[in-house]
Design a protein around this ligand. Structure first.
Ligand code: PMP
Length: 377
């Protein structure tokens, strides 16, 4: 029996492990020591971590001393939200790993609206932000770099300006931005930034919290003195090594996103030609080059995803962490585009190994699933 060849178009959920990351992890597994030990074995493990720290810092224009390795962006976002803010200004299009802890930490939540194109509207909150800081209260503005569902790029420069004017701290969830956009933490104007290894072709379960030098955050995990006392616990040496190797490779690949964006644009044009009723969410806004969020009004996103899966194509309906919960996509719903689009929106996200043939295969499957006219790639 021959099995259907698989085409993976869900890189925003997780990108396949790069061979360089795998090799670095295997080598790190053979470094026996505890990175905090002073003997040669310990120093070898420590060296692996510090090399990775430089690779990860360099990818985002940060200093190695500003990087704290974590178990992923979820932990890093949680740590930022739990830092004792009086108020947090955040939009409903943010990832749940930022939104849920912001809502749960006891801070007043100032809702940041988003347009129907999926861009946060910062002008709307300037007054409430200034007001919230009265009496010297610590206030956080949290804006993601690019949205995981739509790929829409958010106005970080404007957010940094606003944060400065209003005297509030700025946090940027850059999980979908790093590797897809040039990121220069030194110039960004953010106090903290988070990103994740597995969106870059590194292993899952490791990420980074970047804390600007001079910014004080409580320890993420209390315990030993690891990560300069900012996160106790013996480090995930192999995971960090894989993260570093992936980051180094991504840094060398600048320009890859342009090739991917051409494929994504071709996919969207052919898809619209075949199913003119389809709506591409966020198409009028600047977007990262690998993401397409498509809705066929009247279809149920989960059904489209399952039928595409049966055709050998992996795409998603909403963030992977939300799956199992059938219903309107909360990010798309928060954009105010209407229920029929929010229920139908599926996400196609391309990666470095995506080829012309994959797009053609996607379109052939889409045609079957959507019942559209003939599709040309
Ligand atoms: N933020 C965004 C925008 C994401 O897309 C994701 C991953 N889906 C996360 C945070 C969480 O990252 P991690 O998987 O490393 O916990």
């Amino acid at each position: 029996m021959t099995s259907t060849p698989r085409i993976y178009l869900d890189h925003n959920a997780s990108s396949p492990l790069r061979p360089a990351a795998r090799a670095a992890m295997i080598a790190a597994c053979d470094a026996a020591g505890n990175p905090s030990s002073v003997h040669a074995e310990g120093r070898r493990a420590r060296a692996i971590i510090e090399t990775a720290r430089e690779q990860v810092a360099s990818l985002v224009g940060a200093k190695p001393s500003e990087i704290v390795f974590t178990s992923g962006a979820t932990e890093a976002n949680n740590a930022v939200m739990a830092a004792g803010w009086k108020a947090i200004c955040i939009s409903a299009i943010e990832h749940d790993s930022a939104l849920a802890p912001a809502r749960a930490c006891g801070a007043k939540v100032i809702a940041l609206p988003a347009s129907t194109d999926g861009v946060v509207e910062l002008g709307a909150v300037a007054e409430s932000l200034s007001h919230a800081t009265s009496g010297g209260a610590r206030v956080l503005l949290s804006v993601m770099m690019a949205n995981n569902e739509t790929g829409v790029i958010q106005p970080i420069a404007e957010a940094a300006e606003l944060a400065k004017t209003c005297g509030v701290a700025l946090h940027v969830d850059a999980v979908q931005g790093v590797g897809r956009l040039p990121v220069d933490f030194a110039q960004l104007g953010a106090d903290t930034l988070t990103f994740s290894s597995h969106k870059l072709g590194g292993p899952r379960g490791v990420g980074a919290l970047v804390i600007r030098d001079g910014v004080n955050l409580p320890a993420l995990i209390k315990g030993g003195g690891q990560e300069r006392r900012r996160r106790g616990g013996t480090e995930n040496v192999a995971g960090i090594a894989g993260f570093g190797a992936a980051a180094a490779e991504v840094a060398r690949e600048q320009g890859a996103m342009q090739r991917i964006a051409i494929l994504r644009d071709r996919l969207e044009e052919a898809l619209l030609a075949a199913t003119p009723e389809a709506i591409i969410v966020g198409r009028n806004a600047p977007r990262i080059g690998n993401t397409s969020c498509v809705a066929l009004p009247g279809k149920v996103a989960e059904t489209v995803v399952i039928r595409m899966d049966m055709e050998g194509i992996a795409i998603s309906a909403g963030a992977a962490c939300m799956s199992g919960k059938v219903g309107a996509n909360t990010v798309i719903a928060a954009m105010g585009v209407g229920d029929s689009i929010a229920r139908a929106a599926v996400r196609v996200s391309l990666g470095p190994e995506t080829k012309d043939e994959d797009i053609a295969a996607f379109l052939a499957a889409w045609q079957k699933v959507a019942g559209g006219a003939a599709l040309a790639a």
